[in-house]
Design a protein around this ligand. Structure first.
Ligand code: COA
Length: 266
């Protein structure tokens, strides 16, 4: 059953271990309003606590956009100068932090425009799978604003400084083939295969041991941080939790009995 958040501009549903989150403002190419950020936070809180969710897919409603960035129509009211931007940041940062700290694997399913803050959201997903006709760009310099340090850092970690500069300086859009070439997206598939490809991958992930997924996600996230920020102890603890888990017993028993394992996350 689909649950509605942010007056229906954010949608959530759970099916066979997969939590689907839809940015649902297609008439504005799924531009992110403040309310949608709050809705996203609520959905992620629910999905984090719900054992029925093993993996999450983020996607945009309709065929035209993943997310076309922040909702520019709210800028005059909410983001007109540096002070207002601080307030705006407070309103949206809970959602960003929730996404950054979300412990389960997240896949961004991208079709159509993925711009500005939309790339920011997609970059916070663990994997990005895109339809061939999608377009990506960071138009901040065309609007007279700047991408946050956190987002630039994420961009650089994915595409390297040279491609990051090109995207940030020109504000120009690139296509899926180029996005894959520079490392912004993991995989590009024909438009008609997108939903099925992402679902297949999500189900494959959902069948794996949840504690192993948590440890893997944490380890990759900590690995790309600078050494002074890195929490290696948390990674070691997450790895140790796997070795002490009932799922590890189930994994090796299932292997010996030549059957599929049934993991519980404990
Ligand atoms: N914020 C608010 N409204 C947006 C929006 C955004 N980020 N992106 C699109 N919209 C609105 C448009 O204003 C338009 O509204 P209208 O129908 O009332 O005129 C509607 O969505 C459709 O957009 P349109 O430009 O007509 O569609 P398009 O398919 O020709 O182009 C985009 C789509 C996404 C390329 C174009 O709308 C665009 O460049 N949007 C801004 C992207 C941006 O700068 N994002 C970064 C924000 S920080």
């Amino acid at each position: 059953m689909t649950q509605r958040y942010a007056d229906g501009k954010m949608l959530a549903e759970i099916d066979q271990g997969v939590g689907l989150i839809t940015f649902n403002q297609p008439e504005k190419r799924n531009a992110m309003s403040v309310g949608m950020w709050q809705g996203l936070t609520e959905i992620l809180d629910d999905f984090e606590a719900n054992d029925a969710v093993r993996v999450v897919i983020l996607t945009g409603a309709g065929h035209k956009a993943f997310v076309s960035g922040a909702d520019i129509s709210q800028f005059e009211q909410n983001r007109a100068n540096a002070n207002a931007q601080l307030e705006y940041d407070k309103l949206t940062s809970a959602g960003r932090a929730r996404l950054a700290l979300f412990s389960k694997p997240v896949i961004a399913r991208i079709r159509g425009y993925c711009l500005g803050g939309g790339i920011g959201i997609a970059m916070q997903a663990d994997l990005r799978i895109a339809a061939a006709d999608s377009e990506y760009g960071i138009p901040a310099a065309r609007l007279g604003i700047a991408y946050s340090f956190e987002m630039v850092r994420k961009l650089v970690s994915l595409v390297g400084p040279a491609h990051a500069r090109t995207m940030l300086f020109t504000g120009a859009r690139i296509d899926s083939a180029e996005a894959q070439r520079i490392g912004l997206v993991n995989q590009v598939v024909p438009d008609e295969d997108l939903t099925e490809t992402v679902l297949r991958m999500a189900r494959q992930i959902a069948d794996n041991a949840p504690l192993s997924l948590t440890a893997a996600k944490l380890a990759v996230n900590e690995a790309v941080k600078s050494e002074s920020e890195r929490d290696a102890a948390a990674v070691h603890a997450a790895v140790a939790a796997c070795f002490d888990s009932a799922d590890y017993r189930e994994g090796r028993t299932a292997f010996m009995e030549k059957r599929a394992p049934r993991f519980t996350g404990r």
